[in-house]
Write a protein that binds this ligand. Structure first.
Ligand code: AMP
Ligand code: ZN
Length: 271
């Protein structure tokens, strides 16, 4: 789940409260390029009597395609991970500034960096914040249209994020004690790469994802078994910023959480 620390609309405490009301006993906060919300969510979780697993969603790239790698059970104090996340967030700032420049060339001349910052309460600026500013200034009627017309992967104003290979993202997660999981494979649609990710230490596959047909879930369950990957899942809730999912929309049995926890403790996992 995402919070205001990246591109979610809700504070960490509110996410935990909502999760509790939705009847969940364990959640993970997986913000993009920041673990800033995790401690706050964990403190709130003590009050509500649920568990919050530390998490992250890292972006990697293969031939221009964005591949998201989730990390679970991370050491929040890991120095290299903290340093890298800081670097990624800095790059996000310069990237948004570059996209503003590109949009200017298309005639969108009333968008300032401050307008985008005003849409975000976090230091992990992303395209959803830029989309919100474009909507506010009347250049698009909604966020989907802003992506479609201006800032989607194939649009001329688009600027890719920091360049990191999946191998690097997986290694970064593992050296911080975490299990690396391929996020929403049906959305990413690069199944042919999964074997190569397994070779470099991928530990799990996000099999259970909102709005995914049963047949597709069955297919990914099969792939997870084939590669001995731990099956994970969740709602990928972003609060008001993503209306086709919400906290509790996708639930998984506690047994999967325990399998993931057990994997994070395996000695060979770190080699
Ligand atoms: P960024 O990390 O800044 O490249 O932003 C990626 C985020 O933008 C994704 O995690 C989605 O939440 C959102 N996103 C990507 N593509 C679209 C789209 N076509 N329409 C709406 N939101 C999108
Ligand atoms: Zn993602």
């Amino acid at each position: 789940m995402h919070t205001i620390y990246s591109d979610g609309s809700e504070a960490p405490e509110a996410v935990v409260e909502e999760a509790c009301h939705a009847g969940l006993s364990c959640i993970s906060i997986t913000d993009h390029d920041t673990m800033g919300a995790v401690k706050m969510a964990q403190a709130a979780a003590v009050e509500w009597g649920i568990e919050v697993i530390s998490g992250i969603e890292l972006s990697a790239e293969v031939n221009g395609k964005d591949i998201h790698i989730l990390g679970y059970f991370l050491d929040l104090e890991n120095a290299l991970l903290k340093q890298k996340l800081e670097e990624f967030r800095t790059t996000r700032f310069s990237r948004i500034a570059q996209m503003i420049e590109n949009l200017k060339k298309q005639g969108i001349d009333n968008l300032s960096f401050e307008d985008i910052k005003a849409e975000s309460q976090s230091d992990a600026l992303g395209r959803p914040h830029l989309a919100a500013a474009l909507v506010k200034k009347g250049w698009a009627t909604n966020s989907w249209q802003a992506f479609d017309k201006f800032i989607g992967d194939k649009c001329t104003a688009y600027v890719p994020k920091h360049q990191q290979s999946p191998k690097e993202a997986i290694a970064l997660i593992r050296q911080a004690g975490g299990v690396a999981v391929l996020a929403h494979p049906m959305v990413t649609n690069r199944d042919e790469l999964i074997a190569s990710f397994v070779d470099v230490g991928l530990g799990g596959l996000e099999v259970y994802y909102p709005n995914c047909p049963d047949a597709v879930v069955l297919y990914y369950e099969g792939l997870a078994r084939k590669y001995k990957l731990t099956m994970t899942g969740g709602s990928d809730a972003h609060g008001k910023h993503k209306t086709n999912t919400w906290i509790g929309k996708r639930r998984i049995p506690c047994e999967f959480v325990e399998q993931l926890r057990a994997r994070s403790k395996r000695p060979e996992h770190f080699s």
